[in-house]
Design a protein around this ligand. Structure first.
Ligand SMILES: NC(=O)C1=CN([C@@H]2O[C@H](COP(=O)(O)OP(=O)(O)OC[C@H]3O[C@@H](n4cnc5c(N)ncnc54)[C@H](OP(=O)(O)O)[C@@H]3O)[C@@H](O)[C@H]2O)C=CC1
Ligand SMILES: O=C(O)[C@@H]1CCC=N1
Length: 289
């Protein structure tokens, strides 16, 4: 896997988002905070209220429907497919009609849909200039991490363009096999939800021990942030940092013993494996269309 940083001139890039829901919004917000202008971004969003909010908050252009999408081929066009996996096939087939009339090589398609495979999207779109990406919602604040995969037909310039967009909202990692995109989805795509669940549990445990809600929240959030920064800035394995907190016969040891007995690691491994299997199953199922 490679995590190389790259830079491409973004001033001539135009990005059309199809779907401006949770993840589309996070990417738009992150891109605008990190070098892109509202004039470089258009959105096709089925939900009128969501579309209006995107315009009000970010000033990005709303395109009423897929039928109205028109590419200006003096620009380097990218289409980000940010609809739900279950809607992908129908949207892709609708977009295919537009791509037929586009001057070659047509836009770069960057799909962020969980599970949807390159072979299926290329078939539905009748287009081969496609890259798969799996970002996560911290992109909203420029702290995202995106897993990327492209097959051998995608040239270096397009890989660069895809990565430049993802790096505008955080970091990125290329994976060498498409099947690993299900692992990326399970670890970092869904990952923020596990962290939020952890935060909810920490806060609630504090409250059960008598802390008021505001104090419990502050203690839990600051601990997660501090520990995460500490791990990030350290060359040492997280296990070594854990041991440094754990005094022999002390409080942390008591907590970790319960986590061990209850199978904390196994539960997390099972949960992340379930997410990965769900990604694969979605790919199998939706790829039948
Ligand atoms: N949420 C996350 O953390 C992450 C999500 N993803 C992927 O991103 C994709 C989007 O997820 P998410 O943003 O959470 O989903 P959302 O449902 O929040 O957003 C999808 C949006 O697309 C709209 N939509 C549906 N059909 C069309 C259409 N034909 N044309 C234009 N817009 C349409 C939906 O409107 P309506 O609601 O009215 O149907 C909705 O507003 C998924 O494929 C998911 O796998 C990837 C990484 C992380
Ligand atoms: O839950 C999902 O399916 C999407 C993909 C990763 C995060 N959200």
């Amino acid at each position: 896997m490679s995590t190389n940083q790259n830079h491409q001139n973004i001033s001539n890039v135009h990005i059309t988002f199809i779907g401006g829901g949770n993840m589309g919004r996070a990417l738009i917000s992150g891109l605008l905070a990190n070098g892109f202008t509202p004039q470089q971004i258009s959105v096709v969003e089925a939900n009128t209220a969501t579309a209006i909010k995107l315009y009000e908050d970010f000033g990005v252009r709303n395109i009423g429907s897929l039928d109205q999408v028109a590419f200006d081929f003096s620009k380097n066009n990218v289409v980000v497919m940010a609809i739900k996996p279950q809607d992908f096939n129908v949207v892709a087939k609708g977009l295919a009609a537009k791509l037929k009339h586009a001057s070659l090589p047509g836009p770069l398609i960057l799909s962020i849909a969980a599970g949807i495979r390159l072979s299926d999207m290329s078939r539905w779109l009748d287009h081969s200039r496609c890259v798969r990406a799996m970002p996560n919602t911290p992109a909203l604040i420029g702290q995202g991490i995106t897993g990327l995969f492209a097959d051998a037909t995608v040239n270096a310039s397009d890989r660069n363009l895809a990565q430049t967009i993802c790096n505008a909202v955080g970091q990125s990692v290329w994976v060498p096999e498409e099947t690993l995109m299900d692992a990326v989805t399970a670890v970092s795509g869904s990952g923020p939800a596990y962290v939020f669940a952890f935060l909810e549990a920490m806060q609630s445990a504090g409250e059960k021990l008598g802390l008021d809600a505001a104090s419990a929240r502050k203690l839990a959030y600051a601990t997660l942030e501090g520990a995460s920064q500490l791990a990030h800035n350290s060359d040492e394995h997280a296990g070594v940092l854990r041991e440094r907190v754990t005094s022999k016969g002390g409080t942390t040891a008591a907590a970790l013993e319960v986590m061990k007995q209850e199978g904390w690691n196994e539960i997390l491994e099972k949960a992340i494996a379930a997410a990965s299997q769900r990604g694969k199953a979605m790919g199998d199922e939706l790829g039948k269309n």
